[in-house]
Write a protein that binds this ligand. Structure first.
Ligand code: ZN
Length: 148
């Protein structure tokens, strides 16, 4: 188990050090800002969508290692998915990090590295911020996403 924890931590550290899909997307189809006031994490998530499929997704902003790694892994998981699949993935991720009784969901792939944060409510907000921001973008919300 401790080996598994170390492995998970390595993935998170790697994505914090070299976040994937980090930077600005010019003229995105959808975009939203998100804020986690508890930790001070701030993100912008921008997507290009063609025929209902996410063809490109990027994020920028600043925050703690968990929030940045979560955004990085999320962009990897969302690229190539339809908006409906993105919503479904949000639901499954949300359940994994908030529901203590939720069984391991292997279909989440690398995203399961965040399963451990459900024991730390303050960290859950860091891990879920990118996803709330994604959902705000997908729903074309004019309101910035907030974890509070
Ligand atoms: Zn944070």
């Amino acid at each position: 188990m401790s080996d598994l924890r170390e492995l998970y931590q390595e993935v998170i550290l790697d994505h914090n050090r070299s976040p994937r899909n980090f930077g600005r997307l010019e003229d995105p189809t959808l975009q939203a800002d998100g804020h986690n006031p508890l930790c001070g994490d701030k993100l912008t998530v921008a997507l290009n969508v063609a025929d209902g499929v996410v063809t490109d997704i990027r994020f920028e902003g600043s925050g703690c290692a968990i929030s940045k790694a979560s955004a990085s892994l999320m962009t990897e998981g969302i690229k190539g998915k339809t908006l409906d699949e993105a919503r479904a993935l949000f639901e499954r991720f949300h359940q994994m990090v908030t529901d203590q009784a939720a069984p391991a969901d292997a279909s989440l792939g690398k995203l399961t590295v965040f399963a451990g944060v459900r024991d730390y409510p303050a960290r859950v907000k860091c891990a879920i911020l990118a996803w709330h921001t994604l959902l705000a973008a997908v729903d074309n919300s004019q309101e910035p996403a907030s974890t509070e």
